[in-house]
Ligand binder design. Sequence first.
Ligand SMILES: Cc1cc2nc3c(=O)[nH]c(=O)nc-3n(C[C@H](O)[C@H](O)[C@H](O)COP(=O)(O)O)c2cc1C
Ligand code: SF4
Ligand code: FES
Length: 541
Amino acid sequence: MLIDDLKQIQARCGFLPEEEIRAYSDRTNTPLYQIQAVASFYPHFRLEPPPRVEVHLCTDLKCHMRGADALLDAVRALGRSPEELQIHPCSCLGQCDGGPAALINDVPARHLDLESLLGLIEEPPSLVFPEARKVGIDPYPGASDYRLWRSVHQGERPAEQVIADLKESALRGMGGAGFPAGTKWELVRGAAGAVKYVVCNADESEPGTIKDRHILENAPHLVLEGMLLGAEVVGAGEAILYLRHEYPGPRLAFARELERAERAGLLAGAPRVRIFDSPGGYICGEETALLEALEGRRAEPRNKPPFPGTHGLWARPTLINNVETFALATAILAHGVEWYSSQGRHGGTGPKFLGLSGDVNRPGVYEVPLGITLRDFIEEYGGGMLPGRELYALSPGGASSGFLPPSMADTPLEFRALAQVGSMLGSGAVVAIGTGHCILDLSLNLLRFFKNESCGKCVPCRVGTEKLLRMADGWRHGRGSEADLEVLEELAPAMADASICGLGQIAPAPLTSALKYWPDEILAHFRERRCPAGVCPVGGG
Ligand SMILES: Cc1cc2nc3c(=O)[nH]c(=O)nc-3n(C[C@H](O)[C@H](O)[C@H](O)COP(=O)(O)O)c2cc1C
Ligand code: SF4
Ligand code: FES
C-alpha cells in the first residue's frame, strides 16, 4: 500500500529521498507521478532531510488568540540555519485546551511561551503519556471484558435488537453531520455484499475539536468495543481506526488496549482491527476523502451519492462513525436506552463530550448533558471567563459553526436549537472568546484555515476560499468597499451550492456570521479605517 510504504521509507530515512522513491517505483511498478502526487499532497511527508529541530507551531484560532503569531515571529528572528532549526506555522494540532501548542520533532508541546519554546528548541521534548482517567459513561467498573460484543457475537443479543436499541436512543453521529447512528448501522447491514468494513473516524482536525483525543486516551476500550459491535451488526471482516498522525497518546492507548484484549483472549472470533495513521490534513476527516487515503490516493472527497454505506472502502459497504459515536453506542447498549434518554437538558438527550477552549478559566474536555446552554457550560464546567474578560463571541461547534454573539449564550448546545439559530453542534468544540479580540481578525484566522485545508479539487472552494481570504484581509488593512459586500452575497451561496464537500460549503460561515452579528465592527475597518478593538493593522501595508 503506497501510503504505508512511504511512511516506512520516511521512518527509516527521516524523509523521502529521491533515490528511494525511484527504487520503490521500479520495485512495485508504481508510476513516479503517482508517488509524487501522493507524497506532495500530505503534510506528513517530507521531501527534504529534516533539520536538528523542526517546530510545527499551530496558528489556528485558539493558539492565535493566545499569541502564537508572536512566537512564530520571535523564533524566525533567531536567524538559525535551516539545517539547525525550522519553524512552520501549521493547522490545529488538537491541543486547543493547551494553546499555544506545537509539535517539536513530532512531540506535542503545550502552553508555550517564548521562554519554554526556546528551551524546548535547545532540548527537544520526549513523549509523555498522561495517566488515563475513567470517563463517566464507562459501564465497566474495572477493565473491560468485552462481554457486550461477545453477547452479540454469540447470538445471545440479536443484531436487530442492537439496531432497535440504537434507534430508540436516537443517538446521532458526533463527527459533525449528526446522522442517526442506528439508521446508518441498519443501512450498512442491509447493503448487498459479502465483504464489508468498519472505519472509526479519529481524524479530529477542526480547530477547537479535542474530544476524540480525550475519549481515546481515557476510554479506548469503549471505542474498540463500539467498532467490534458495529462490525458484528453490519457483517464486516475488518475494522480500521483512522487516526491523525499527531496523536501519539491516543495511538498508544488504543494499541495497548487492543493488545491487552487480544492477549487475554477476549476477542476470539473478532474481526481484524488495525490502526491507520493518517498522513494528515483536515480534509482527511471527510468520510470519502478518508477512504481515498485508505486506498493510497490523495485525500480528495468523492462525489456523493453513492454513499460509503453502500460504496465505501474498495467500493464495499462501509460503516463510518466518529470516535464518540462508537463510544456512546457501547455505553448505550451496556447501560440501556433508558440510561441515555434520561440524561440531557433543554430538549437534548444523553451525555455528550464537549471541548472547551478560549478565554475560560478551565479549558478542557467535559462530559455534559446534551442541551446544556453555552452560558452554563462555560460557567459550570469552564469556571467562567478569565479575569478581566467579558464574553465577546462564541463559536459553539468548531470552525464550521461560525460565531454567535453573547446575547445568544442561553442557546442550548443541542442539534436542533443550534440549527434554529443558523449554527450547528458540529464537532463539539466550544470556543468562548473574551473582550479584547476583533471579530474580523478571528474570522480571517478561520478563513485562512479553510483556505489552507481546501484540497483544491473543486473550483468553488479552491477559488472561493482564496477570494474570501483576500477580501477579509483587505478589510483588516482598511481596504475594501461596499462592492465587496455584494460579491460576498453571491459568493457564499455559490460555494454552499456548488462545492463538493462540507469544507467549501461552510467555509464562508466565519465571515458571514461575523457580518450578521457585528456589522458595525466589521464595516468600521474599511468605512472608517478603524479597528474598534485596536487589533488589526488598518491603514498599514
Ligand atoms: C472537511 C470535513 C472534515 C471532517 N472531519 C471529521 C473528523 O475529523 N472526524 C469525524 O468523525 N468526522 C469528520 N467529518 C464528518 C465525516 O465526513 C462523517 O460525517 C463522520 O465521520 C460520520 O460519522 P458520524 O455519523 O459518527 O458522525 C468531516 C467532514 C468534513 C466535510
Ligand atoms: S469543497 Fe474544497 S475541500 Fe471539498 S472537495 Fe471541493 S476543493 Fe476539496
Ligand atoms: S491546537 Fe491550536 S487551535 Fe487547536
